[in-house]
Ligand binder design. Structure first.
Ligand SMILES: Cc1ncc(C[n+]2csc(CCOP(=O)(O)OP(=O)(O)O)c2C)c(N)n1
Ligand SMILES: [Mg+2]
Length: 754
């Protein structure tokens, strides 16, 4: 007779949720130990434990809430009343982390955090973890975390910032938030949380290997190595598996226990009585030493990866039974019975009462409103209050500070002759630093050197280390830091050295920063102005990675704002608008600075100085979407363009006028996301022919958006042509110009429109 044949039929059940549920009930019914006399509330729950009876009772209840939410989700998923079944079963020990931290310690949580949440809900009166979770499972509009947009663990009052499904992506911003707690003290920023707060960040054992996780560990250690504080508590919930791939035995301990400047603690998350001390030690260490702390929490995974994971199809019943025997709720039940906290009957009654509460909440949640309107879905994605933004962008109540920074009335940049783009961006940044004491500028080489192109020169000297600083060489972490500073109300202005290296870290903006307002239903925001040295035409220098013209990767990020100036005065005014958008509406903004125009002074001929412009006084700004029009009276041809395309098109316009006799209007769009479709349509309507000059790529640039706007407005029948970059990487030296549009290409394209 095989071993399997001796296994009772109920253990072969495909539905492991039912098996685990019955295991608990049977365990309680069959328990044959002798209960101790229940101790006082403050007494150890078991002899020698630092977990008191009171601690245990509440922790166990949080565990039960979490478990029954999981079980409920599995049952109601089939009835289409629940839309998410990744559970927390086996991880309920994380309730200890919640109990031993504060609700003002920002938490960035693993998706198996049901018990952590139930426990954290105790920290404020009048909150109901069961109903809130049920609303979230049901994707109800009333879900307090995301308003029905995703099943996330999140809460505004409890400082749980909702996380997306991308594993490990939250580690950089968790570390960023920890560093921000300390940074806030340095710049005397009024922090929304106490000065001794710590940031908590949990994740799975498989996720610990991810590059995005590793950069956070590395940066945390890099920070501590320099004796700088980084009070982050990394909690690795080690269940030994990631979906179906086992983590090598002891890999997490082997990999992290000896890591320099990442202080390693371990605790048994399967046993509240035994594990509490380790968790408490790790948290105390993190809070008091302000050092990055790694808590290795032993967990297990009960009921598969998610409801759709029928483990029995790929694991043996024996193996499943072995795992299920480690269920931390069985251990908690044993403690409760042994410690005389509940009789068997009381325990089963409690178990059942919480089950009923969860189902009742789920049924109620199912009756609540869903998101049924696209406007509602999108409302928190990209808030925009134009009047307030315009007012804020033009607010110039910092005259005294700028006098000190620029060195006197006669040295104010608006009193000086016209200058090129790099200088005017530099002046604008100085002004913004005067205007916003909470502004921080950081990135690679930005401090003493002033950036690769000296655009940030002088800022470090004027505003010192606490506000202008070099980071380590890691774009993911630069953007993680930005999110951290923003989470605590500062105004981050991160710099990415080249557009190609933004792509290296794109997920931090696409998956994380830009999605925060959406997934938190507008409750959390991480405003920032990300400056990126961008685009091509470096006279053949640098090859593709210093001439990257891929804008599409940014243009398809929901909610992002992209500005791209072609000249210094516009750049200054646009930066003011972008910072105002960040301040007023919490927007995540990208500012693409065309490298080739940084130092460009001339337009038509060497020495003409016609691409230098006067610095606009600080009360001048642009309205988002506002385009610049050259020769607005011209009607024979309109050229839509941006960035390097602007001076090229202006030169080409002269030739076209001479060759074709046409009057040419050139429109510098300036804002690449959102595109001002109404303005595009208006110019297309007013002019006889259309050219689109797009230095992005043929199949993925800005031009497709422009042509679509024209076509949808009904002007697609007009003679129209795109002059675009080729679908290729940019080569080195002179060959670069073969792949990018040039003046002559624009003139030639115009000829075909006659
Ligand atoms: C970046 C990324 N890659 C892949 C996935 C798909 N995925 C979701 S969970 C998971 C396994 C995670 O395992 P672990 O970190 O051990 O957490 P556990 O589920 O075991 O708690 C994978 C591969 C994802 N969500 N994000
Ligand atoms: Mg795992």
């Amino acid at each position: 007779m095989s071993v399997v044949a001796t296994i009772p039929a109920r253990h072969k059940n495909v539905n492991r949720a039912e098996v685990c549920d019955q295991n608990f009930v049977e365990f309680a019914q069959n328990w044959a130990g002798t209960p101790a006399r229940r101790g006082a509330d403050d007494a150890p729950v078991l002899p020698g434990s630092v977990c008191s009876v009171r601690d245990f009772v509440e922790l166990f209840e949080s565990q039960l809430v979490s478990r029954h939410l999981d079980l409920m989700a599995r049952v109601l998923r089939v009835k289409n009343k629940v839309f998410y079944t990744i559970g927390s079963s086996g991880h309920e020990g994380n309730a200890m982390v919640a109990r031993l931290t504060r609700h003002t310690d920002p938490a960035f949580l693993h998706y198996r955090s049901g018990a952590f949440m139930a426990e954290r809900f105790r920290k404020l009166p009048g909150m109901d973890p069961i109903m809130d979770s049920a609303l979230s499972f049901a994707a109800s509009k009333d879900d307090p975390a995301s308003g029905g947009r995703h099943k996330v663990w999140g809460s505004k009052p409890l400082w749980v910032l909702p996380q997306t499904s991308t594993i490990a992506s939250h580690l950089p911003k968790a570390l960023g938030t920890a560093i921000a707690i300390e940074q806030g003290k340095r710049i005397r920023h009024a922090s929304p949380i106490p000065q001794d707060a710590i940031a908590i960040c949990s994740f799975g054992d498989a996720s610990a290997n991810h590059a995005t996780a590793q950069t956070a560990f590395n940066t945390a250690a890099w920070t501590a190595y320099q004796k700088l504080p980084a009070p982050v508590l990394f909690v690795c919930e080690d269940n030994g598996i990631g979906i179906s791939v086992k983590t090598p035995t002891d890999w997490i301990a082997a990999s992290f226990s000896g890591r320099r400047d990442l202080d390693y603690f371990r605790a048994d998350g399967l046993d509240l009585a035994a594990g509490y001390e380790g968790v408490a030690r790790a948290i105390h260490h993190c809070r008091t030493t302000r050092r990055p702390t790694f808590l290795h929490l032993r967990t297990t995974r009960i009921m598969g990866h998610a409801g759709t994971d029928f483990e029995i199809e790929w694991r043996s019943v024996e193996e499943l039974m072995t795992v299920e025997a480690t269920d931390p709720l069985l251990r908690s039940a044993a403690i409760a019975l042994e410690a005389g906290i509940y009789t068997k009957e009381q325990l089963l009654q409690k178990y059942d009462a919480i089950r009923k509460q969860c189902f009742a909440a789920a049924e109620e949640a199912d009756r609540r409103q869903k998101l049924t309107d696209l406007g509602d879905v999108m409302a928190p994605l990209a808030p925009y209050h134009p009047n307030q933004v315009n007012l804020e962008a033009r607010r110039a109540d910092f005259a005294e500070r700028r006098l000190a920074v620029f060195g006197g009335e006669e040295k104010l940049p608006e009193k000086l002759p016209p200058r090129h783009l790099a200088i005017q961006i530099n002046n604008a940044l100085h002004d913004l630093f005067c205007k916003y004491p909470e502004a921080l500028l950081f990135g690679e080489d930005v401090a003493q050197k002033g950036g690769v192109y000296t655009v940030t020169k002088g800022l470090h000297k004027a505003f010192k280390n606490a506000r202008v600083f070099n980071t380590l060489l890691d774009e993911t972490m630069i953007l993680g830091l930005a999110q951290g500073f923003a989470n605590l109300g500062m105004l981050p202005i991160p710099e990415i050295q080249y557009l190609a290296y933004f792509h290296n870290a794109c997920d931090q903006i696409r998956g994380e920063a830009a999605s925060l307002q959406f997934f938190s239903n507008g409750q959390y925001r991480n405003p920032m102005v990300m400056r990126i040295a961008s685009l091509g035409y470096q006279r053949g220098f640098g090859g593709h990675f210093h001439n990257d013209n891929s804008i599409t990767a940014l243009r398809d990020i929901p909610g992002l704002v992209i500005g791209c100036p072609s000249r210094g005065d516009d750049a200054a005014m646009m930066l003011r608008t972008l910072t105002a958008l960040a301040k007023v509406d919490g927007r995540v903004c990208a500012f693409l600075e065309p490298i080739a125009l940084y130092m460009t002074k001339d337009l038509y001929a060497a020495g003409d100085g016609q691409w230098q412009f006067a610095y606009p006084a600080p009360d001048q700004a642009l309205t988002l979407g506002e385009e610049r029009v050259y020769a607005p009276e011209a009607k024979d041809l309109v050229v839509f363009t941006y960035g390097n395309g602007v001076p090229m098109s202006l030169r080409a316009a002269r030739e076209i006028e001479q060759a074709q006799g046409w009057k040419v209007r050139v429109v510098d769009l300036r804002w690449l996301l959102p595109l001002n479709e109404a303005a595009i349509a208006r110019h297309a309507r007013e002019c006889a022919r259309v050219l689109v000059v797009d230095e992005g790529r043929r199949s993925a640039g800005v031009g497709e958006g422009i042509v679509t706007a024209i076509t949808e407005a009904g002007f697609g029948a007009k003679p129209l042509k795109r002059v675009v970059g080729a679908d290729t990487y940019t080569p080195l030296a002179g060959a670069a110009l073969l792949v990018l549009p040039g003046d002559a290409d624009i003139v030639a394209a115009a000829r075909t429109l006659s």
